[in-house]
Design a protein around this ligand. Structure first.
Ligand SMILES: NC(=O)c1ccc[n+]([C@@H]2O[C@H](COP(=O)([O-])OP(=O)(O)OC[C@H]3O[C@@H](n4cnc5c(N)ncnc54)[C@H](OP(=O)(O)O)[C@@H]3O)[C@@H](O)[C@H]2O)c1
Length: 394
């Protein structure tokens, strides 16, 4: 390590991953130093982060939060910016060595693209950007010598296991999945679950969108697509294993019959830190694993009937191109509709599948085309909601 600290920017600093990122940086101080951050609506939280870490710049993306944030920080040296376009400026800022993208949803994509083009280390929690545009991002990273490193615990586990062999020696990647809160429910029971039930994850404490994605297992579907792009895997090389304890975060099987697994408590500080220090390891804050206390680890095959999102994940990973953009956008819009009590739980995946079926797929899309597909899929979900609303009224 040189004497110069690594300068880190955190986009989405007020969320679950954002807060864990600051905790990791506290532990890595003074070798790693936060320099800028962004939030969407929680301006008070962003203001206290700016004060505590004497951040150089902060970006708030919800326009009506700009004035109160600016006033709150008026006696500091922190530059306060407003608007999505400034996320791209932070991402490409030459003073930033590592960008953590902890924004939820498609809103994270422009920043991931900008940091990749600028040749940075991009620690990506925002799996949605890889699902939407993995076909553009991975070649772009190669061209610009950027390093896209996963924060997702499963992909971090795969990265760590892959480190002990060569890509050509990998036979299979097993992505583990807790099964979420509805692992043992029937399809009929799932049709009647509430928003509160869906937000009650058994092992992980996360933001609301990914928690609902975990309940439908769309999160695993997104992760299958993410793994396909990050590690250049075919769908024949990927399997999903239900592992309710969330202790093994994924496994890689090599051609000699060895399977390497990465184990740790379900705590995102571990993969966040690895994305920052890779390929090195530094002392970390995560609580240590005590296998005597855990006693038993369980595994089950996934049920594609009860959790059809998994089938969509494999299908989209195989197709590539614009399919990821539809999957992600339709799911985001459907999750929002579920959170607004406009649709039932099982309709999230039904609507998403319907959008996929109606989509005119393109194998090698431009960014413009990917964004257009995103817009159309959201519009299609909107139209379906109007139809559903009309049916209810009749
Ligand atoms: N949480 C986990 O354990 C976990 C694990 C693996 C992967 N991930 C991935 O990490 C990402 C973040 O998840 P999370 O659980 O941390 O979510 P979260 O708690 O909901 O936080 C989301 C962050 O994004 C900001 N944000 C929301 N909408 C935005 C917009 N339109 N433009 C810019 N910023 C926006 C939020 O700002 P405000 O709060 O200020 O509104 C917040 O800082 C997701 O892609 C998720 O899939 C999360």
């Amino acid at each position: 390590m040189t004497n110069q600290p690594k300068r880190v920017s955190i986009l989405g600093s007020t969320g679950s991953i954002g807060l864990n990122s600051f905790a990791v940086l506290d532990g890595l101080s003074p070798d790693y130093q936060p320099i800028s951050a962004s939030a969407h609506s929680q301006w008070q939280q962003l203001a206290s982060q700016a004060r505590k870490y004497q951040l150089e710049k902060v970006v708030i993306t919800k326009p009506d939060c700009y004035e109160p944030l600016k006033n709150e920080l008026s006696d500091t040296k922190t530059q306060v910016l407003c608007g999505q376009e400034h996320l791209v400026d932070l991402a490409a800022d030459e003073h930033c060595d590592i960008l953590i993208v902890a924004i939820v949803g498609a809103a994270g994509l422009p920043a991931v693209l900008a940091a990749t083009k600028a040749g940075k280390r991009v620690a990506v929690a925002n799996k949605e950007s890889l699902v939407m545009a993995g076909c553009l991002l991975m070649p772009m990273a190669k061209e610009h010598n950027a390093n896209i490193l996963p924060i997702d615990s499963e992909h971090s586990a795969i990265l760590q296991a892959m480190h002990s062999g060569h890509r050509r020696e990998v036979e299979k990647v097993s992505i583990t999945c807790s099964g979420g809160p509805f692992r043992t429910l029937t399809k009929e029971q799932m049709a009647h679950v509430s928003l509160e039930d869906a937000l009650n994850h058994p092992t992980w404490d996360m933001g609301p969108k990914i928690t609902i994605d975990s309940a439908t297992m769309m999160n695993k579907a997104l992760e299958i697509v993410e793994a396909r792009w990050l590690f250049d895997l075919s769908t024949d090389e990927i399997e999903v294993v239900i592992h309710p304890e969330s202790i093994i975060h994924s496994m890689v099987e090599f051609c000699d019959g060895s399977t390497l697994a990465q184990l740790s408590r379900p705590d995102m500080k571990c993969p966040i830190q690895y994305a920052l220090t890779f390929p090195d390891r530094m002392p970390g804050l995560s609580e240590r694993l005590n296998l005597h206390d855990i006693g038993q680890l369980n595994f089950e095959p996934p049920d594609f009937e009860r959790f059809p999102a998994l089938r969509l994940g494999f299908e989209v990973a195989q197709k590539g191109g614009t399919a990821g953009s539809v999957l992600n956008a339709a799911n985001e819009a459907a999750v929002e509709a579920f959170r607004a009590h406009k649709i039932g739980f099982t309709q999230i995946v039904e609507l998403t599948e319907q959008c996929l079926r109606n989509h005119n797929w393109k194998e090698k899309p431009t960014l413009q085309e990917i964004l257009e597909v995103d817009k159309l899929a959201r519009q299609e979900v909107e139209n379906c909601l109007e139809d559903l609303g009309a049916k209810k009224i009749r």
